[in-house]
Design a protein around this ligand. Structure first.
Ligand code: ADP
Ligand code: MG
Length: 453
């Protein structure tokens, strides 16, 4: 069975640059495979995450095709960092603590706490608001609405609120979901209900899950509600029930409530009832502090000069900062070199063209046009043929995802299209990526081509 893994890896190797192959693919070891499970070993957590994001989807797809069955993937990562240690181990042996301990509410990420969040000028207000809400949930600021661009720490703060409330009120029911999970849970309940009208009401179960049970409801990426009318209606009632009962609601979003396209006004206005806080791009000083904190968590020795070099080279968002640190850590563990300024600058030089802030909309358009064998001119132009329109939507989606450019900006780079055209293209590809494995693999391939440039 284990050869199957090797074959699947080889099948994608030809599409991967030799340097990346040696660096990222080879160090992943397959320990066992069978009975619908695969066990892999990665040199460290960073490596694991990078591999999961960039290569795993294509390999899995290939593997599942060969084996005609699906696999759940488990990772073994030596030397777990303290943040990912099991809660019992972190507790020590105080009897009182053990008695008070309750398992972390499902869905809360252990890495995302206030302790690991670095406060700087641009996220100070959002952080203070989150602390306040966590300190007295349901009383004053309801809902708390956190908004900002990708990779800036919205999800991190959302989960930090959950952890803190859980620490202070271990018996409370904290429900944390992405908006996407809420929507798909809702649709599933509704459809099953239609199929089996006589069974115990699934809709009732759904409603009690969101409206009655939670003491706190945390919903990530609420912009996903756009243009989903029945889900919006359901969320409207969920919101009202919880708000009336003075249960804390926290929402994250990539825009202000009033700027949410395709979301009903009555919801927009409710989103603005409590407190709205923006999470902005971190300045240089904060970026340095974040890198140092992450290095500490990962137990990497990192000089101030190295932290500064990374923070200067990588400006786009915190997720990319983490990516750069990951590259450094992985390359140093493979080559055995210590992470000094010289080594960091070498790696960063390679990276700057490969990391998203090095992406231009233009380079994405070229890559997509080449991949689909269509003219760049047609990709940017007004043609509506499916053979051009689909690649165009994919290019818009990638432009949004990788450059973080605004919708109007992307529209203007595609021959002056309206921002709403871009929004609906991005939404459509987001949906298809979730539903259609062929399209997902096209998008993953394009992304990994772009990242290797
Ligand atoms: P968003 O939800 O806004 O897209 P995330 O919360 O997922 O962004 O953050 C992306 C990554 O950056 C996460 O790993 C998160 O821990 C980290 N991060 C973001 N902001 C900070 C910060 N101020 N301090 C420490 N880590 C941060
Ligand atoms: Mg997020």
């Amino acid at each position: 069975m284990i050869e199957l893994w090797g074959e699947a890896v080889r099948s994608i190797e030809e599409r991967v640059k030799p340097a990346n192959r040696d660096q990222w693919l080879r160090p992943i070891e397959c320990l066992a495979i069978g009975e619908g499970r695969i066990r892999l070993r990665a040199p460290n957590r960073y490596h694991k995450e990078w591999f999961e994001d960039n290569f795993l989807p294509s390999i899995l797809e290939n593997l599942q095709e060969r084996a005609q069955t699906s696999f759940a993937v488990e990772f073994e990562v030596p030397e777990e960092s303290p943040m990912t240690a099991k809660p019992q181990e972190a507790l020590g042996d105080s009897v009182r603590e053990v008695a008070a301990w309750r398992p972390t509410p499902a869905g809360l990420d252990n890495r995302y706490t206030f302790e690991t969040f670095v406060v700087g000028a641009r996220n100070q207000f959002g952080h203070a608001a989150a602390r306040m809400v966590a300190g007295s949930p349901g009383s004053k600021y309801n809902p708390l609405f956190l908004y900002g661009g990708v990779g800036l720490g919205k999800t991190h703060l959302l989960h930090a609120i959950g952890h803190e409330i859980h620490r202070q009120h271990p018996d409370w029911k904290i429900t944390v979901v992405t908006c996407e999970q809420f929507v798909s849970h809702f649709i599933r309940s509704m459809m099953n209900q239609r199929k089996q009208p006589s069974s115990i009401s699934l809709m009732e179960e759904f409603r009690s899950h969101y409206r009655e049970k939670p003491d706190v409801l945390l919903v990530d990426d609420i912009q996903f509600l756009a243009n989903k009318d029945s889900s919006q209606d359901e969320f409207f009632h969920t919101f009202n029930a919880l708000h009336l009962a003075q249960k804390q609601i926290v929402l994250t979003c990539d825009k202000l409530p009033a700027e949410l396209p395709g979301v009903e006004e009555r919801l927009q206005s409710r989103f603005a009832w409590g407190l709205i806080a923006e999470i902005g791009h971190p300045d240089l000083e904060t970026r340095v502090a974040i890198i140092k904190r992450k290095a500490e968590i990962e137990r990497m020795a990192l000089g101030d000069d190295v932290a500064l070099a990374i923070a200067t080279a990588v400006r786009s968002n915190v997720r990319e900062l983490e990516g750069a640190l990951l590259q450094l850590s992985a390359r140093s563990s493979i080559t055995g070199r210590s992470i000094d300024k010289e080594f960091a600058e070498e790696v960063l030089r390679d990276l700057v063209s490969a990391t998203p802030q090095g992406f231009s909309i233009e380079s994405i358009q070229r890559e997509v046009a080449t991949y689909f064998d269509i003219k760049l001119h047609d990709l940017k132009g007004p043609k509506r043929l499916q053979s051009v329109a689909r690649p165009r939507m994919i290019a818009m989606y990638l432009a949004r995802k990788l450059t973080g450019a605004s919708f109007p900006e992307i529209g203007s780079r595609f021959g002056g299209k309206d921002h709403s055209t871009v929004i609906s293209a991005v939404k459509k590809i987001e949906r298809l990526v979730a539903e259609d494995s062929n399209l997902r693999s096209v998008v993953t391939t394009l992304e990994s081509h772009l990242r290797q440039r």
